[in-house]
Design a protein around this ligand. Structure first.
Ligand SMILES: Nc1ncnc2c1ncn2[C@@H]1O[C@H](COP(=O)(O)OP(=O)(O)OP(=O)(O)O)[C@@H](O)[C@H]1O
Length: 305
């Protein structure tokens, strides 16, 4: 668990975080989103003490981070950033195994974990483990960075715009990998992005940061349907919010089990955005759902439930 209690941080006269309190639970994927300069990275970096706060407290698993030896603290927290920062003279396997090695894991255990992460993060090109960072594509390097952050199975993971520089397809694939790994491991994830679609796709809850404050914290659907004020509404996207809503809701919630449709069936965990796309492609106003039932355009438009 990560807790921020009345955290304040200023650089000189410039107050970057203002009396901010927040709790990220074990197993929760929490996304901090907001415009450039709103203080997201600064807040994230207070957790592993790359930034020192002026007042308040930051706790990891109930312990004040300022009272712990910095190495112990950092080895217990996974950290991935946009510029990756892989060690250039170490192989992919050595990069991924960095923290387990520091923690004194047995060589065999490290090898097994590295192989597992290479598979989980779809880095399974032949010879990948022995390659050096300068031979990797941007997407592969980013995957290695993420694998390194997860290697020692930390209970807390911090990610700062880790997919910022990637093309949309690579980005989507990495988002899916990270989301499913996080779900399976029950890690508390604190993830920073300025991309609202990414925030809504990944976050169990999303915190919108504006000028060093959390303007609103809630599930994606809460932010979309009940923005706390005009500024939140603006950031969530005005009428584009309706399209975003389709991306965060799935067929299962909206489908009718007692209805029928012809044509190609859609998976129950597909998003309503995908369902709408399929309806347009098939020129239908209802789609069959795998396993029975149908999803209806009328229900999507009516925004039910
Ligand atoms: N070490 C520093 N010294 C002085 N000012 C800083 C320092 N680090 C951050 N700031 C300032 O704090 C403010 C918040 O920066 P921060 O990086 O937290 O924002 P952000 O929301 O993460 O933005 P971005 O999405 O652009 O990374 C900015 O105005 C920045 O210039």
């Amino acid at each position: 668990m990560i807790e921020f209690e009345h955290v304040r941080k200023a650089f000189g006269e410039h107050v970057v975080i203002e009396d901010l309190s927040l709790r990220v639970a074990d197993g929760e994927f929490f996304v901090l989103v907001g415009p450039s300069g709103s203080g997201k990275s600064t807040l994230l970096r207070t957790v592993n003490r790359l930034t020192h706060i002026d007042s308040g407290r930051v706790l990891v698993d109930g312990k004040d981070v300022s009272t712990q030896p910095i190495e112990t603290l950092r080895r217990g927290i996974g950290y991935a950033i946009q510029s990756v920062g892989l060690f250039p003279h170490r192989t992919v396997a050595e990069n991924i195994g960095t923290v387990p090695r520091l923690l004194g894991w047995a060589a065999q255990e490290i090898d097994a974990r590295v192989a597992e992460l290479i598979a989980l993060l779809k880095l399974d090109e032949p010879g990948m483990a022995g390659r050096y960072p300068d031979t990797l594509s941007g997407g592969q390097a980013q995957r290695v960075g993420v694998a390194r952050a997860l290697a020692a199975r930390p209970k807390i993971v911090l990610m700062d715009e880790p997919f910022g520089a990637l093309d949309p397809l690579t980005r989507e694939s990495l988002q899916a990998s990270v989301k499913s790994i996080q779900r399976d491991t029950g890690t508390a994830m604190l993830f920073v992005t300025h991309d609202m679609d990414e925030a809504f796709r990944l976050g169990d809850r999303v915190g919108l940061m504006l000028d060093g404050r959390l303007a609103q914290v809630g599930t994606p659907l809460e932010l979309i349907r009940e923005p706390a004020n005009e500024r939140v509404s603006e950031f969530v996207g005005g009428t584009r919010a309706y399209l975003r809503e389709l991306a965060v809701r799935c067929v299962r919630e909206t489908m009718r089990r007692d209805e029928h449709a012809d044509g190609e069936a859609i998976a129950p965990d597909a998003t309503l955005q995908e369902a709408l796309g399929a309806m347009l492609a098939q020129r239908r106003d209802r789609l069959a759902v795998e396993g029975g039932g149908a999803v209806l355009l009328a229900d999507i438009v009516a925004r039910k439930p």
